[in-house]
Design a protein around this ligand. Structure first.
Ligand SMILES: NC(=O)C1=CN([C@@H]2O[C@H](COP(=O)(O)OP(=O)(O)OC[C@H]3O[C@@H](n4cnc5c(N)ncnc54)[C@H](OP(=O)(O)O)[C@@H]3O)[C@@H](O)[C@H]2O)C=CC1
Ligand SMILES: [Mg+2]
Length: 331
């Protein structure tokens, strides 16, 4: 399955539709034909639509979509012309939510509500939509770029430069001292949530892991080991590469860099295992405190769909953070 997303000039709302094969990216006619059997997901200002009752995304077939667009004064040309479909101005958003019995909510929140498959598709879709929105003009000629039908690239008509969507490499590292693992939280995280150390790669994975550990928690790490990777939609689409690293025994003193992190601490295997079992991340204790919790597997999402899940085994089928925190590796 490949993913196809819609963009309009008005950049207000977005439809995404899943197609059956990657060759559709290059074959415009096949791509248009496939739209008629594709599945559509609706975005508004990059916020995916989630149906309130079942916590599922709208999936709309082609003709249902045409009817819906007609209701809101849109037409067939909108689908043919572009991947990002303008459902006009903001006043239509509430009407559309009512009509569709759902809500446009932020992607981060949506990721907490949806299953792995839908979360994965929508986060990839949102990153692609965001990329199209940010690459409307050629950086050389300053002329408007034109997307191909599938939305897999944009071309400058004047100098033929092709622009492909790109992902910034990010490394996320679970640091262990042999018995405990280091988890951190940024002030922007939801209350009580911790995760592994993360940072953008400027140079190499190794350099980024050493630098992040030194800069953010004052630790010197060694024995770096690659574990898994996934697409991550924030802030603008990243390739998140998950690794393990260790500190020397006894060299575990943390110096939290408060400009980057709110807190960092060592957690035992039992604490991590208990936190992973908590299914509702938003609960609050009676004293008003938020207990320690971790992003659950469906929220860390989207290890690649290729090969299909049934052809993968073991940790390769696990989302990145779950994989890092799996029982045999966390301690
Ligand atoms: N799934 C998870 O559990 C977690 C995921 N993450 C993800 O990991 C990634 C990195 O996290 P974070 O700790 O914030 O990263 P960093 O520790 O690298 O700090 C972020 C800063 O890096 C600078 N930077 C360098 N390159 C880029 C780039 N290509 N895009 C944006 N900023 C860049 C920016 O600084 P300046 O503004 O000064 O230029 C930015 O403020 C993010 O995508 C984040 O969403 C992070 C933690 C947990
Ligand atoms: Mg960081």
């Amino acid at each position: 399955m490949s993913l196809y997303c819609g963009i309009t000039r008005r950049r207000k709302s977005f439809w995404c539709y899943r197609l059956l094969s990657t060759y559709l990216k290059e074959d415009d006619d096949a791509c248009k034909k496939a739209q008629q059997t594709g599945t559509f997901y609706l975005f508004h200002n990059l916020a995916p639509l989630v149906q309130k009752s079942e916590h599922q995304y709208l999936e709309s077939r082609f003709f249902k979509l045409l009817l819906l667009l007609g209701t809101f004064g849109q037409h067939m040309q909108t689908i043919e012309d572009s991947v990002l479909i303008g459902c006009s101005e903001q006043q239509e958003k509430p009407e559309m939510e009512t009509e569709l019995k759902g809500s446009f909510i932020g992607l981060r929140k949506a990721l907490f509500q949806l299953n792995v498959k839908n979360a994965s598709l929508l986060s990839t879709a949102q990153a692609l939509l965001h990329w199209h929105d940010a690459h409307q003009f050629c950086s050389r000629s300053r002329q408007p770029t034109k997307k191909n039908v599938a939305g897999s690239k944009r071309v400058c008509p004047s100098n033929k430069i092709i622009y492909y969507p790109q992902m910034a490499p990010v490394v996320i590292t679970l640091v262990s001292d042999g018995t405990q693992c280091l988890l951190v939280r940024q002030s922007s995280f939801p209350k009580g949530m911790y995760s592994a150390l993360a940072g953008f790669c400027d140079n190499s994975l190794e350099e980024a892991i050493w630098r992040e550990a030194a800069e953010e928690v004052g630790l010197e790490v060694e024995r770096l080991q690659y574990s898994a990777s996934q697409h991550w939609p924030f802030p603008n689409g990243t390739l998140m590469i998950a690794c393990h690293a260790t500190v020397k025994p006894g060299q575990t003193e943390i110096q939290v860099n408060l400009r980057e992190l709110e807190a960092a601490a060592w957690f035992s295997h039992n604490e991590v295992a208990t936190a992973l079992r908590k299914d509702n991340p938003y609960f609050q204790q009676q004293n008003g405190a938020f207990p320690f919790w971790l992003p659950p597997p469906p929220t860390t999402t989207q290890v690649s769909h290729y090969p299909p899940a049934d052809k993968r085994s073991g940790w390769k089928n696990q989302p990145v953070l779950s994989c890092l925190l799996s029982s045999d590796q966390a301690t």
